[in-house]
Design a protein. Structure first.
Lengths: 492, 247
């Protein structure tokens, strides 16, 4: 039975529309994943060098033993945010004559297929083979390997257990997060406890008594069993899925009433962002990106580079345009038919997009004003890039939106979600990121960077002033592709 | 009201809709019946300019629907949940649709108050987004939003599916009512009783073609039942799928 489940799962993966049919996307995905893996492998392979550099006074194995538990604490934290619960896929099997134990067992087992369980192997195993095996012998190395598997499994199921509980009661997540932050603070800020020492207490002893490798294995098995029991007792769809029943109230944005029909469309789109998981996370990301400048402007070498400021300015004032705009119209895929047959004027529809992006960019620009701390020039460049985004980036993004016919399921999370990603997202990046530099760099080489900046500002302003023209162009362009887009959006 | 000329749609080599000529006159109430795959929904979508036909065109008030937007002013339609904005509350959705037709909130509230029975207390002020409503209740929202637009031409695709018997009766009365007021209606259904009750004219589709176009009379139901009950003599009664579908 388990093998039948497994083959269904594989089919579901390969036949799902969002696996990405086009080869280009698969290649890019594969390259990205490989790159990440390679990076991790590199860190794992040179972990001894890294540790030597970080803790020059301690012995290698001592510092290695020390970091393991710290790693797992971070891992638990990221698991809680990123790891997906394997749930609703069991729906079609529940009413069939299949033993509950089989279903639950399968559900619990597939939870092991998570990238997170690969990281410790890549990170720690090279070190174990290089150093531990050499210094302490085969038995100890084996004990290390077993322990690491044990803790990984424990972490895996602990994270899932917490997530399942948190689905029923949102406070649990907050409490767990608070506890973890407190543990972190207690160690790194207040120095009350030392995770390094606790970690060493176990792994140090493991060196002399390899038998205690049984402890993490038992912990892992215990956690698995706890999950198994919990799932078995709660094998009801409404409890497995993450729905919370709260009273949803209607909201209004009175300011938007000034914009008439366009304002209504923008109000709907703001609700779309606030009430759905994936667009909400792109909103949060744009807020986080406002700190992007802090990373670079603080560095003395980069502080004086205007080229960098152009790049960072564009990103900070325009990240929302990029992150939300690249999936434009797909967000509305589920009700696009409705929009097309109702009395929505497409000109107003486009004006709504311009208005939304203008508001978001303006807010981002206002929030980046404190960067004036790094000099007036920074603010000036931010302002120029803000004009550029309003005048040029929005139009580019909307032009590519007309070429995007991939449906997006709003309710699913953003992390590792490749749904709706197509060639248009990959191509969109090119003109968006490169265009400012095509204008700026020649002037810089010529020795008049400020002329380049002025030209960009002028193009931005020109773009803003000629918006109505671009809206007409985009509308005509849309009607050429309307049927392709509506059909694509109907394709679940 | 609606004129169809040489309309043809082909999906991967198969002709799914092929209608050389059809006219729906103002004030008619037209019912569309046919088995699954007969091309009913595809026809609806082409009338709404959501699918591009291979050949031919659809005229609404003597103007092609493709490339024009005037028909949106007097046409209201509900085909499936894809017509609803599912992350809005029903109220927000009604206000949005009303706003598109320059109706004030007070006007929308007034209108909705008249549909309290139809909603049966399950739609308004329940604190749910449309996506959290059951399929039947979503259908109710879709139908009500159509009526809110006070259309001259109303299109509903299988509105009787998913809704409870009481609402089915209410919907029949509503449809008869709006038709009396001069609204042209085009409704598809698998329920032959309902459709012959509500519509003056029945179109029967089979594999993309209109094979019957009859004015409803006392013998229409029997005629349709005879058509749909093909093979009833050779196969046990359980195979009489079509009438039972969607119930």
């Amino acid at each position: 039975m388990i093998s039948t489940f497994f083959s269904h799962e594989l089919k579901a993966f390969w036949r799902s529309k969002n696996t990405g049919k086009s080869i280009a996307i698969r290649i890019v995905m594969a390259v990205l994943i490989l790159y990440l893996l390679l990076n991790m492998l590199l860190v794992g392979f040179f972990l001894d060098k890294v540790l030597k550099h970080l803790f020059p006074n301690d012995s290698l194995i001592f510092s290695f033993c020390g970091i393991i538990l710290i790693y797992y604490l971070f891992e638990l934290f990221s698991r809680l945010q990123l790891q997906e619960l394997p749930t609703l896929r069991v729906q079609p099997y529940l009413q069939l004559p299949i033993k509950r134990n089989t279903i639950v067992g399968y559900l619990a087992l597939t939870a092991m297929f998570s990238v997170f369980n690969l990281w410790p192997v890549i990170l720690f195993f090279p070190f174990i083979f290089k150093v531990v095996l050499h210094d302490a012998g085969g038995t100890v190395a084996l004990a290390f390997i077993i322990s690491i598997f044990g803790i990984s499994i424990f972490n895996n199921y602990l994270a899932l257990y917490i997530k399942r509980k948190a689905n029923l009661n949102g406070w649990i997540f907050l409490i767990v997060a608070a506890v973890m932050v407190l543990i972190g603070l207690a160690d790194f800020m207040w120095h009350i406890i030392s995770i390094r020492n606790i970690s060493y207490l176990f792994f140090g002893n493991l060196m002399h008594h390899p038998v205690i490798a049984r402890v993490p294995v038992l912990l892992g098995a215990g956690m698995f069993y706890l999950n198994f029991l919990y799932l078995k007792q709660n094998l009801y769809l409404e409890e497995l899925s993450a729905k919370k029943d709260k009273y949803k109230s209607s909201t209004e944005f009175p300011i938007l009433n000034y914009f008439g029909a366009t304002g209504d469309l923008v109000a709907n789109e703001i609700k779309l962002m606030l009430r759905n998981k994936r667009p909400r996370s792109s909103l949060v990301m744009s807020l986080l990106f406002l700190f992007y400048g802090l990373i670079f402007y603080g560095k003395p070498g980069l502080k004086d580079s205007d080229t960098f400021k152009v790049f960072i300015g564009m990103f900070m004032t325009g990240f929302f345009i990029i992150s939300y705009g690249q999936f434009m119209y797909s967000w509305q895929a589920s009700h696009f038919d409705g929009l097309m047959v109702s009395k929505v004027n497409f000109t107003n529809f486009l004006k709504g997009k311009y208005l939304l992006f203008t508001v978001a960019s303006t807010a981002a620009f206002l929030l980046t004003i404190p960067y004036v701390y790094f000099g007036w020039h920074v603010l000036l460049i931010h302002f120029i890039m803000y004009l550029w985004n309003l005048g040029v980036s929005i139009t580019i993004v909307l032009y590519f939106a007309n070429r995007n016919a991939k449906r997006i399921d709003l309710s699913r999370g953003a992390s590792f979600n490749w749904e709706g990603v197509g060639a248009s997202q990959l191509l969109l990046g090119l003109p968006l990121y490169i265009a400012p530099f095509i204008i700026y760099i020649p002037f810089k080489i010529w020795g008049h960077p400020n002329l380049g900046l002025a030209l960009m500002a002028a193009i931005g302003v020109a773009g803003i002033l000629t918006r109505n023209y671009w809206i007409q162009v985009l509308e005509a362009d849309f009607y050429k592709r309307k049927f392709t887009i509506t059909e694509g959006f109907r394709n679940k | 009201m609606i004129q169809i000329k040489d309309l043809k749609k082909v999906y991967s080599g198969v002709i799914v809709v092929n209608i050389p000529q059809l006219e729906i006159r103002k004030g008619e109430s037209v019912g569309l019946v046919g088995n699954n795959g007969a091309g009913k929904t595809t026809l609806f979508r082409m009338i709404l300019d959501l699918i591009r036909p291979e050949t031919g065109e659809v005229l609404s008030n003597n103007e092609p629907v493709a490339g024009h937007e005037n028909w949106k002013n007097y046409t209201a339609s509900y085909l499936d949940e894809g017509f609803l904005i599912d992350y809005l509350t029903p109220e927000e959705y009604f206000y949005f649709i009303g706003g598109l037709h320059q109706q004030t909130r007070a006007h929308v509230d007034d209108f909705l108050a008249g549909y309290a029975d139809f909603f049966n207390g399950e739609i308004l002020k329940k604190g749910k987004y449309i996506r959290d409503l059951s399929k039947g209740n979503q259908t109710k929202v879709g139908i009500a939003s159509c009526l809110l637009q006070q259309p001259e031409f109303l299109m509903l695709d299988e509105p009787f599916a998913n809704i409870d018997p009481t609402t089915q009766f209410r919907l029949k009365n509503i449809l008869k009512d709006v038709n009396k007021k001069g609204v042209t209606t085009l409704v598809s259904s698998h329920d032959l009783n309902h459709i012959t009750d509500v519509c003056d004219r029945i179109l029967l589709m089979e594999k993309g073609k209109l094979i019957k176009d009859i004015a409803t009379s006392s013998s229409t139901l029997a005629e349709l039942e005879k058509y749909f009950a093909i093979g009833e003599t050779t196969v046990p009664p359980a195979a009489k799928v079509d009438e039972e579908e969607n119930h």
